[in-house]
Design a protein around this ligand. Structure first.
Ligand SMILES: NC(=O)c1ccc[n+]([C@@H]2O[C@H](COP(=O)([O-])OP(=O)(O)OC[C@H]3O[C@@H](n4cnc5c(N)ncnc54)[C@H](OP(=O)(O)O)[C@@H]3O)[C@@H](O)[C@H]2O)c1
Length: 392
């Protein structure tokens, strides 16, 4: 039996993880949960799963949840809050597997604490890897902790890598759906609406990752995540657009063989793989082979999607640049969702922030978080100028 901590339990990955636990009660149990602001869902999850500990983002939200649980007669669940609360959830002695699925850099501290505490990690929170991948992988090596990717592309690479040695890999190919604007004429990008950008053609996900998939910044973050997870330089990570999202990614070996992972477009599969690794266990997530009759691949268009170019540049520079790439994007996506900037304002903001990002190399989580705060402030300044410009 594996006892899980689920960080981001109320989100898309968190809920898919709980549906896997529901399907395999003899294998997985919930030990602790961490959520952000969604008290209603956290409340329902506590009643269903009766975790030892649950964390909410703020003291007020935690008090609200505690009151509701007491009214329901559930006194065995401790309610904590804030980043300390999330760390407590991730490092609980009863936990042996942590699903890291908080969105953004907010998930970093708890993921690092879980590695330090020797927990196996199922990693969905790519932003943690982008901001502090070198620190996380070094700590995982030192503690002999497995970092198992849940992101579907990295999960596919992890599976394909089991067929060969690391020094036999020539390069890897990350597939990208291309998002909803793959074929939209570039002159129409300025008038893309929030609703259009939130309509992903193949995946149902949280808001930030959906917008990131539309700008292809998500693929950019995945390039950096792949460099860190698989210890490869950015030049060995290629992106290929594949609108059907059927081939989840490929590994190219030195002899010219390409191995691909193919499965249904359903995040429960990579979650199940990570939870059950190194075993494979039966599931009903079957693939319809006739779907292979219509597969399309094309190179990405860097003019249409400048975020991809910016991510490669940040990956090459390393240090504070990937941190700034992620932080600036988080702030710019927020502004786009509030309709304060157009879709094209997202890459423009990131580019401006990266131009002024210092050539520093944060070496601790504290330094990473400081660089992240600095980049956010910079992004807010850039946005204040841009919003004034867009209002004119
Ligand atoms: N969804 C996918 O298919 C997918 C695929 C690959 C990778 N990922 C990655 O997985 C992560 C989660 O994505 P998602 O789509 O599941 O996002 P989501 O649906 O937006 O969920 C985000 C989760 O993070 C929680 N959260 C946000 N801020 C928090 C804070 N300060 N403290 C504690 N919890 C906080 C949210 O809580 P509340 O809702 O309670 O506020 C929610 O549980 C992201 O890093 C994403 O890039 C997702």
């Amino acid at each position: 039996m594996k006892h899980l901590a689920i960080l981001g339990s109320t989100g898309s990955i968190g809920r898919s993880t709980l549906s896997i636990v529901e399907s395999y009660p003899e294998r997985f149990a919930v030990a602790s949960l961490a959520a952000g602001r969604n008290v209603d869902t956290a409340h329902q999850q506590c009643l269903r799963w009766r975790p030892h500990v649950v964390s909410m983002a703020t003291e007020e939200l935690a008090a609200d949840l505690r009151r509701r649980l007491r009214q329901d007669g559930l006194t065995t669940t401790e309610v904590v809050w804030g980043s300390e609360g999330t760390v407590c959830v991730a490092t609980l002695p009863e936990v042996d597997f942590v699903v890291s699925a908080i969105v953004g850099v907010a998930g970093l501290e708890a993921t690092y604490a879980a590695v330090q505490a020797g927990k196996t990690i199922g990693l969905a929170n790519k932003e943690a890897m982008v901001a502090a991948g070198e620190i996380l992988t070094a700590a995982a090596r030192e503690k002999n902790v497995a970092l198992l990717p849940i992101d579907s592309e990295h999960n596919a690479i992890h599976q394909c890598m089991r067929a060969g040695q690391r020094n036999e890999v020539r390069q890897i190919w990350l597939t990208a759906s291309g998002g909803p604007f793959r074929t939209l004429p570039i002159e129409k990008f300025d008038s893309i609406t929030v609703e259009e950008a939130l309509h992903h053609p193949t995946w149902v996900m949280g808001q930030r990752i959906t917008i990131d998939s539309a700008t292809l910044l998500n693929k950019g973050l995945e390039i950096i995540e792949a460099c860190r997870l698989f210890d490869l330089p950015p030049s060995a990570i290629k992106v290929i657009v594949h609108p059907q999202s059927t081939v989840h990614s490929l590994v190219e070996y030195v002899d010219g063989s390409l191995l691909a992972q193919i499965s249904v477009t359903d995040m429960r599969l990579p979650i199940l793989y990570a939870l059950s690794y190194p075993e494979r266990i039966p599931s009903d997530l079957r693939f319809d082979m006739t779907a292979l009759s219509d597969l399309h691949f094309e190179p990405p268009d860097l003019e249409r999607f400048p975020c991809l170019r910016l991510a490669y540049e940040a990956a090459e520079k390393g240090g504070a640049h990937p941190i700034a790439l992620n932080a600036a994007d988080e702030i710019a996506v927020e502004a786009f969702l509030k309709r304060a900037i157009p879709f094209t304002g997202i890459p423009a903001t990131i580019e401006q922030v990266l131009e002024t990002t210092p050539e520093t190399h944060p070496a601790t989580i504290k330094e990473v978080l400081a660089a992240d705060r600095q980049a956010r402030e910079l992004a807010r300044e850039v946005l204040a100028g841009r919003e004034a410009h867009y209002r004119c």
